[in-house]
Design a protein around this ligand. Structure first.
Ligand SMILES: [Zn+2]
Length: 148
């Protein structure tokens, strides 16, 4: 006898963002550890790696492009200079889309995701939580600032 664990997907909804639905791939324990702990030597690419990781895990979402900031003449361009979309366009699940969102919003999504994927499967009865502490992961995710 042997056992092969089935990879899961997660449907995330958010109390603070009503109407937002995100479907994401699961993560492996090693991936979560790597992405939750900034290296001690302060790897400058760590935050980019975290965002790339998040973008890679996205399967689908129902996110529309925010309003576009006015340019120097005070006129909002029709096309976003950062990602090429128009206001209200559905955003593809790409790193480019992630980079066109505000940091607090993205960090909230990452935090909720990491929290979800670190929980024991609720369908499996009474298994004590494994080594990853969701609260620690959440705090670590909150501390990240991708604009630094
Ligand atoms: Zn954009």
């Amino acid at each position: 006898m042997s056992f092969k664990a089935v990879r899961s997907a997660y449907n995330l909804t958010f109390q603070n963002y009503p109407g937002l639905h995100i479907k994401m791939r699961s993560s492996l324990l090693g991936e979560i550890q790597k992405i939750s702990q900034p290296p001690k030597d302060g790897d400058p690419n760590f935050q980019t790696e975290q965002l790339k990781f998040f973008a890679k895990k996205l399967i689908s979402w129902d996110l529309k492009h925010s309003d576009i900031e006015p340019d120097d003449n005070g006129v909002a361009p029709e096309i976003c200079p950062n990602c090429g979309l128009r206001e209200d366009d559905p955003m593809p699940t790409t790193l480019q889309s992630v980079m066109c969102l505000e940091p607090p919003f993205v960090l909230n999504l990452i935090s909720v995701y990491l929290n979800q994927v670190s929980q024991p499967d609720p369908k499996v009865a009474s298994v004590p939580s494994a080594g990853v502490n969701p609260e620690t992961l959440r705090r670590l995710a909150e501390r990240q600032n991708p604009l630094k």
